[in-house]
Design a protein around this ligand. Structure first.
Ligand code: ADP
Ligand code: MG
Length: 396
């Protein structure tokens, strides 16, 4: 694969060099404990590789959204959890006296710098803040794809100031995304679901020109159904966007992209778990007091058949109101089909989005997908076809 960024394979001899490594360690905490250490675990490969190769590893990370420096936003509290996950010592390095502290570190040592956002200029990509960071290191490694949609001093500015490389996690994410949308094997299917069309207009516009099958589910499918003249009853529907939905359908037509809208749906008159009014309905038979809360079993089966003809799948957004059973049924069923096809080796499957990841975990198949991105905002901007500043700055 030809890549336009350098990785740790290109970084050369790092023995005794101070390597500034941007990680995303913005983990959720409660009562002083990390409640989900996914992000800490994701940082392990790059940090241990550099330390094992004799670098002095200096981790840059933001934590929360501090207005002013405060203990509750200090990275000091992540030092211990990170050290536990790494199985190695991690030294907390305050901004005050940072240079002196870093000077005492030996090859193979790991330091965690204080919150990058304690500098007001971090988020403004202020050259003075870039200098302040750059003065502590010889090389820069960006391992935080999830922060790459922001042009901040630690995510973008530094890449122009020091020799810059992608970390292992960043490398894996960029490779997976490239396989899914950059240079995918066709036919490509995209599943786009979720609550509203309005939050995913740019995603839909970008995808219709690139994928062979666009599968629309979730609340946003209702807006498309309404655009096609279907009465969606009390369903969540953005009626003011039906013209926009029509334009997207036309663009898909022009690009030879087949759009799949459900023809049967799960409806109920009240939004609750296992409601008494639950029934399967043809989309043309939704009553005025009913809501569409998931796509139906026939549509789900038809979509599984579509995936069986495809080589690549990119997925963002659940097909139904999956948090409330049984409206997770279609999402779980299609996720299991995608996972099975991926295990068989016939499908490359890449998924992302906060609720999408939760839904895949609920289906028990997250580990079976080719790649699951936890990057949220950065993943969505990539799905929109936008250049991410933190990634663009790594270009050779
Ligand atoms: P992601 O976080 O993966 O990008 P979204 O935030 O766009 O996904 O969408 C997820 C939300 O969409 C979920 O809260 C889900 O309940 C909601 N949703 C999906 N289908 C429907 C529907 N038919 N009616 C109402 N809400 C829905
Ligand atoms: Mg969401």
């Amino acid at each position: 694969m030809s890549r336009n960024f350098k990785t740790l394979d290109d970084i050369g001899d790092v023995t005794g060099k101070r390597v500034l490594v941007r990680e995303d360690l913005n983990v959720p905490m409660a009562d002083g404990a990390v409640t989900d250490d996914t992000r800490l675990r994701a940082a392990v490969s790059t940090i241990t590789e550099l330390a094992d190769r004799g670098a002095i590893v200096l981790i840059l990370a933001h934590f929360g959204r501090p207005k002013v420096p405060s203990p509750e936003h200090s990275t000091a509290q992540i030092t211990r959890p990170l050290s536990d996950v790494l199985g190695r010592a991690v030294r907390y390095v305050d901004w005050e006296g940072a240079a002196e502290s870093v000077a005492t570190l030996q090859p193979g040592d790991i330091g965690l710098l204080e919150n990058t956002r304690f500098f007001g200029g971090e988020e403004k990509n202020d050259p003075a803040v870039v200098e302040r960071f750059a003065a502590l290191g010889d090389l820069y490694v960006n391992d935080a794809f999830s922060a790459a949609h922001r042009a901040h001093a630690s995510t973008e500015g530094l890449a122009h100031r020091l020799p810059a490389f992608a970390g292992r996690q960043m490398e894996a994410e960029l490779d997976a995304l490239d396989k899914a949308l950059g240079n995918p094997e066709h036919p490509v299917a995209a599943v786009v679901g979720g609550a509203k069309v309005s939050t995913k207009l740019d995603v839909l516009r970008h995808l219709v020109a690139r994928v062979d099958h666009l599968i629309i589910g979730g609340g946003m499918a209702n807006t498309f159904l309404a655009a096609r003249g279907v009465d969606v009853g009390k369903s969540l529907c953005e009626h003011d966007l039906t013209a926009t939905a029509e334009a997207i359908l036309d663009a898909a037509d022009a690009a030879n992209c087949t759009v799949h809208l459900p023809y049967d749906v799960m409806v109920a008159t009240e939004f609750a778990a296992h409601p008494a009014s639950l029934r399967t309905a043809n989309v043309h038979e939704v009553a005025a007091d009913e809501m569409i809360l998931d796509i139906g079993p026939a549509a789900t089966e038809a979509l599984a058949d579509v995936l069986k003809t495809c080589r690549t799948l990119v997925w963002n957004g659940p097909l139904g109101a999956f948090e409330t059973p049984p409206f997770d049924a279609a999402t779980v069923a299609l996720a299991r089909t995608a996972a099975a096809l991926t295990r068989e080796g016939s499908l490359v499957s890449v998924a992302g989005g906060g609720d999408t990841v939760a839904a895949l975990n609920q289906a028990g198949v997250a580990a079976d997908m080719t790649f699951v991105s936890t990057a949220g905002g950065a993943f969505l901007e990539w799905m929109e076809g936008k250049a991410l500043p933190g990634v663009a700055a790594l270009a050779r």
